[in-house]
Design a protein around this ligand. Sequence first.
Ligand code: ADP
Length: 191
Amino acid sequence: MRLIFLGPPGAGKGTQAQRIESFLNIKQLSTGDMLRAAVAAKTPVGLVAQDIMARGDLVPDEVVVGIIADRIDEADCANGFILDGFPRNVAQAEALNVMLDEKGLTLDGVIELKVNSEILIGRILKRAEESAGGPREDDTQEALTHRLRVYEEQTAPVSAYYAGKGVLKEVDGMQEIDQVTEAIKATLGVN
Ligand code: ADP
């Protein structure tokens, strides 16, 4: 299965993607994780991404589109994948369409985790406090507020884009973690 998980920062995409990854034996592909690894390793992509990510802006489309295009060709994606954090604007969604067409692949579903914005800020600040390796550079109040605005302006239209294609499925992300997982499985018809 090839899936996209949409939702604002703190919606629980990563947590749920990890669970569905092992349940369906498909690969979670988090552009945020890949970019943080590139920053830590000081690769050319990491050097471009570092300051952009720290302030909560989006890394240039061609960078993330290139990363995803290469990554989904890897053997561990043959059984499918979950895109977590990509596409993050309509241009990326259109680039993904072209990319999948060229590779002869189709999407099986787009899941949007719905969470109220007041809950998101609390969740992320808690995650920052509890994070073992110290808080992420972009989990400060200022960067977080900016990330949420970038989400509203650039990523929320991606939901409308997939809704227009009739492939968007909404799941209530404010339930208990296990209940959210069950709701996703039910939506995908895999439980
Ligand atoms: P969150 O889900 O909390 O927003 P992520 O780990 O998904 O965090 O992303 C962290 C940062 O990585 C983003 O704020 C952005 O700078 C960068 N990033 C991740 N995915 C993309 C993408 N598809 N396009 C552009 N930038 C991205």
